[in-house]
Write a protein of this length. Structure first.
Length: 60
């Protein structure tokens, strides 16, 4: 892994910031959809892994 580079020159900071890769709104929407589906799958798996007996023990 490369060591971090700390920029202190404002012109260099601006140049680096403006050269960051851009993400289109379509790419951002697709990424949000993938995250939403992954979250739903994880939540469903967590709910199915919790037995009713486990829920009773937690509630008691």
């Amino acid at each position: 892994m490369k060591p971090p580079i700390y920029l202190t020159d404002p012109k260099e900071m601006l140049k680096v910031r403006l050269n960051q890769p851009r993400v289109s709104s379509e790419q951002a929407r697709a990424q949000r959809e993938r995250l939403k589906h992954a979250t739903e799958k994880f939540s469903a798996a967590a709910r199915s892994a919790t037995s009713s007996l486990g829920r009773v023990k937690v509630a008691a």
